[in-house]
Design a binder for this molecule. Structure first.
Ligand code: COS
Length: 383
């Protein structure tokens, strides 16, 4: 749903301009230094990017899913590391509070998230619990009006910058699966929290992940999201449903960028006396990429609109994430192929995107988990 086209277009224009004038020229620097320049971080805050999905009542822009998707398609036109810096705060880090938090929790945390003062991370994955999210072992044991948290979380995006973790922990050790899991808001400065060293990743330099270790960390009982034990897994799944459309939109954006770069190169590069874009086998790669991109874009916007209309989109969000991330990988591969030797060396930028986009098929649910969610949903609906 688009509430006011003029307001949205003004936002899309400023994001487009920011991406073109500030982020694209900084891509190489970020890849080399593994840091986003502080001036750019400040501009992201000034643009309101940290508050895109935070309700207006708490200082955010409260974008609908369709509006958010369109903004993410624009943000996708540059290195994904830029999006990652505010992505957990507008996405999986904050949305548990937005969807299931109490009014007091919203009033306390969301305004600082909206300005970018407070960066939120989502702490679900553990050394032994990834795709099988219900098997987490981090515990939260009740002790008076607090819980005491012990355990380790792994690959936590933005953990080195986080002021707050949306933490999934097991409050009922007797319940092995999803029912024993509770979502907590945890102040990242709490005594007993330590961070592992930053992971050395395949790509997305400038986006930081690390382990987060909880050792006897005391968390006030009032920090249970929504105030009720045992609802954390559902909260996490709802947050991920939304996150999967968001990632699908980013995949569309990055694929558009890679295809635009590949097309420009194909029109400039000459072999056999003509631009390689004149060769039919290159045209096939361009055409396949354009077609799949169009399909993914339609899927993202359709699922987003139907989520805005209140429909249950769990299965469709999985379809979107699955198709858009796999599409993005294929477009990256073809773009490298079109660039040929130039695509294999770092200077073209395509080599970097090829590594960056590999993550999309893995995080917020692997392609195989999306297939599982889709097929299970089909069986359930038919039964
Ligand atoms: N929305 C709301 N509730 C949901 C839900 C959704 N999308 N999906 C599941 N639930 C609920 C179920 O209804 C069930 O509740 P009840 O016990 O009250 O019936 C509960 O959650 C458990 O669901 P289920 O039995 O389907 O859980 P499984 O352990 O079989 O796990 C998958 C389901 C595999 C889909 C889940 O573990 C998953 O998404 N894994 C991937 C995790 C992931 O994306 N990790 C990325 C890291 S975070 S960046």
């Amino acid at each position: 749903m688009i509430r006011d086209p003029d307001t949205l277009n003004a936002l899309l224009d400023s994001v487009r301009r920011f991406v073109r004038e500030r982020l694209v020229p900084a891509e190489n620097e970020v890849a080399e230094t593994d840091e986003i320049p502080p001036a750019i971080v400040q501009e992201m805050k000034d643009l309101g990017l940290f508050g895109l999905t935070i309700p207006e009542a708490y200082g955010g822009l409260e974008l609908t899913m369709e509006e958010e998707s369109l903004v993410m398609i624009e943000m996708g036109q540059t290195s994904p590391a830029f999006r990652s810096l505010f992505g957990t705060t507008v996405g999986i880090g904050s949305q548990g509070i937005v969807m299931d938090g109490s009014d007091a929790q919203k009033a306390r945390y969301l305004p600082k998230m909206a300005t970018g003062e407070l960066i939120a991370s989502f702490a679900l994955t553990e050394p032994d619990a990834g795709s099988d999210a219900a098997s987490i072992r981090t515990t939260a044991r009740r002790d008076g009006d607090h819980y005491v948290v012990n355990g380790s979380k792994r690959y936590i995006t933005n953990a080195p910058h986080a002021g707050l973790f949306t933490l999934m922990a097991r409050t009922d050790p007797a319940v092995k699966g999803a029912g024993g899991i509770t979502a907590f808001i945890v102040d990242a400065a709490s005594p007993g929290i330590t961070l592992g060293r930053r992971d050395r990743k395949m790509g997305q330099r400038g986006a930081h992940t690390c382990d987060v270790i909880f050792d006897e960390v005391r968390v006030p009982a009032e920090n249970i999201i929504g105030g009720v034990e045992g609802r954390g897994f559902r909260t996490a799944m709802k947050v991920l449903d939304k996150g999967r459309i968001h990632i699908g939109a980013i995949c569309v954006g990055v694929a558009e960028r890679m295809l635009a770069d590949a097309l420009r190169y194909a029109m400039e590069r000459r072999q056999f006396g003509v631009a390689i874009a004149e060769h039919q086998l290159v045209q096939a790669m361009l055409a396949d990429s354009r077609t799949e991109l169009y399909a993914a874009r339609c899927m993202v916007l359709d699922a987003a609109r139907r989520r805005d209309a209140g429909e249950d989109i769990s299965v469709d969000a999985a379809c979107v994430k699955y198709y858009a991330s796999e599409m993005c990988g294929r477009v990256a591969d073809r773009a490298v192929q079109i660039f040929g030797g130039a695509g294999y060396v770092a200077d073209s930028g395509i080599e970097r995107f090829y590594r960056d986009v590999r993550l999309f098929r893995i995080y917020e649910g692997t392609s195989q988990i999306q297939q599982l969610v889709i097929a299970r949903g089909m069986v359930r609906a038919a039964a």
